[in-house]
Design a protein around this ligand. Structure first.
Ligand code: HEM
Length: 545
């Protein structure tokens, strides 16, 4: 018994000893992995690989006395990007420079002088790819769960082929959602002013109106779905940042943890839409089979929104992966990702600028909106970037930029250049109106084209809000209509209290973001005509220019 006990005891001891040893080994391995990961991060930060960069170009933000020029420049540029980019524009007029930036969306860019913009924006995707910037920059491989939709971005084509053509048909519904959105966010009290958060309220209205075009009613009013779309767009840059600091071979494993918030919002978004997609797929198949057999397909009205076009495109493709409900819902989520933040950012800036202008400016805009309303009979119908391809890319000045580099051209410098825009640092709400009036060459056709080049969705080397050339933003015509609609409604139906100063914008990596706490003081106008919505049509004025 004693022997057995002692044997047992010894065995226990042995077990315990081996457990202790195993724990010790595990702790050692964990420590080793932690040290390796830290060493990798430190090495990546201190000694970023510059082998693939063109040699001999100035590094923006670096100083002669720097020990780690890339690291120190990236840090300085992250803190003072605006100033450093403007300096680069002024001091390196004809020379490419290297621009390292730390932080979200930060990369090392080869920043080309403005004289190269035309050449850059004329390049096909096979030479300079904007898509690769998005896919690699946002680490879609990990942050988007369905890589089939990433490698087959057929939804982007639908924006140019269908969404742009359908804008006029979508406008009444967009107006309806805009009106309801404003009433919910800015209220209907005509007596007193109230504070509204610009980001929060504009983001909610943009998201609701945009999703009217993407998924229709009632989903564009489903706050669970809309918040998931916005939440996903916010979670993605954080996941990307954490993963970009992770050693590549460890990324598949690390992504399981770092992309959890993305997965949460993605699943939430997809779960809401999947039943609707299944329903539409069934209806589509039934209607096709009954039209083949000569029977009537019933009275169900066919939806006219982005989801419906995606479904039809998927079935026409004959590829079963295209019409998987999760893939279709994933495409709509990607559309939310590219459209909501860009549009919200634009209208937030416009509102803040207007609130800093004068009551006369607001009144002049109201007159213009009302004129447009009368004309249509009272009814309403920084830098741009690319990734260099295998053969590399050679600038006009002869600098060869090898494969894989991130290439950018000046935007901020151009719009603040007095040789390009008169009095560039003053907010002039009618700047482009004036430029359009000045066009007069006695050739009506030429003038018409020239004036069209000065409208909001136009693109050009001196106006890169939507990029330029072959890879310019395909959603810009839709965005222009949607945002003008919002602006017109806000001005006609609300008073804006003029502000003394604008809250400081924040720079996050390459993004300049208006303060999330910025507030406007708004009050519903008494004298404004109440919006009349009959059969989904609104009496809100909108011009198509
Ligand atoms: C005011 C709002 C918007 C702004 C300022 C904006 C701006 C841009 C810019 C600058 C680019 C990159 C182009 C380049 O660098 O050459 C881009 C790409 C893109 N935009 Fe927009 N955008 C806006 C709204 C939208 C909307 C509403 C949609 C969808 C309906 C959209 C869809 C896209 C897509 C799909 C791409 C990527 C194109 C590609 O992969 O080749 N955008 N946008």
């Amino acid at each position: 018994m004693t022997i057995l006990s002692s044997l047992g005891y010894n065995l226990n001891c042995l077990k315990t000893a081996s457990a202790v040893q195993q724990d010790g080994n595990m702790a050692m391995i964990t420590k080793l992995v932690a040290v390796l990961v830290c060493a990798y991060i430190v090495r990546k930060i201190l000694f970023p690989s510059t082998a693939h960069l063109p040699k001999g170009l100035p590094i923006i933000g670096a100083k002669d006395s720097d020990w780690f020029p890339f690291l120190q420049a990236a840090w300085r540029n992250a803190r003072n990007l605006r100033r450093n980019i403007l300096e680069a524009y002024a001091n390196h007029k004809d020379q490419p420079v290297i621009l390292p930036i730390a932080g979200p969306g930060g990369q090392t860019f080869v920043l080309l002088p403005a004289s190269e913009t035309k050449l850059v924006t004329e390049q096909p995707k096979t030479v300079l790819s904007l898509r690769e910037v998005i896919v690699q920059g946002l680490l879609y491989e990990y942050t988007i769960s369905d890589n089939f939709i990433v490698s087959n971005p057929t939804h982007t084509k639908l924006i140019t082929t269908t969404l742009t053509n359908q804008v006029a048909n979508l406008l009444p519904g967009l107006a309806n959602e805009t009106i309801r959105g404003f009433e919910k966010q800015w209220g209907t009290d005509t007596e007193s002013f109230r504070d509204v958060t610009v980001w929060g309220s504009m983001g909610a209205i943009v998201s609701r109106a945009t999703n009217y075009a993407f998924v229709g009613l009632p989903y564009c009013r489903d706050s669970w779905l809309l918040d998931a779309g916005v939440g996903f767009a916010r979670a993605l840059p954080l996941s990307q940042l954490l993963l970009s600091f992770t050693w590549k071979p460890l990324r598949p494993l690390a992504s399981l943890l770092f992309t959890l918030p993305c997965r949460y919002y993605e699943n939430r978004f997809i779960r809401v839409l999947v039943p609707e997609i299944e329903h539409r797929l069934r209806r589509f198949i039934n209607s096709t089979s009954s039209s083949c057999s000569g029977q009537s397909s019933g009275k169900a009205e066919k939806k006219n929104d982005f989801l419906q076009w995606c479904i039809e495109q998927a079935i026409e493709s004959g590829d079963h992966r295209m019409w998987q409900p999760r893939a279709l819902a994933g495409r709509i989520l990607l559309m939310n990702l590219v459209s909501i933040h860009t549009s919200s950012l634009t209208i937030v800036n416009v509102m803040l600028d207007l609130a800093l202008s004068t009551p006369e400016v607001l009144e002049e805009l109201r007159v213009e909106i009302k004129q447009a309303f009368d004309e249509c009979g009272g009814a309403m119908d920084e830098a741009r970037i690319g990734v260099v391809a295998k053969e590399g890319f050679t600038t006009t000045s002869g600098v060869h930029i090898p494969f894989g580099n991130f290439c950018a051209v000046h935007n901020l410098g151009v719009v603040h250049d007095p040789n390009v825009y008169e009095d560039p640092d003053t907010f002039k709400p009618f700047r482009f109106v004036g430029l359009r009036h000045d066009v007069n060459s006695n050739d009506a056709n030429k003038d018409h084209i020239q004036r069209a080049r000065l409208t909001f969705p136009a693109t050009g080397c001196d106006y890169l809000a939507f990029g330029n050339g072959r890879q310019a933003c395909p959603g810009r015509f839709f965005a222009a209509s949607e945002l003008k609609l919002m602006l017109a409604y806000a001005l006609i139906y609300y008073d804006l209290e003029i502000m003394d100063s604008r809250p400081r914008d924040r720079w996050i990596g390459i993004l300049r973001i208006p303060s999330s706490n910025a507030k406007l003081r708004v009050r519903r106008r008494k004298e404004s005509v109440q919006p009349s919505i009959k059969n989904g049509k609104s009496a809100l004025p909108v011009s198509h220019s």
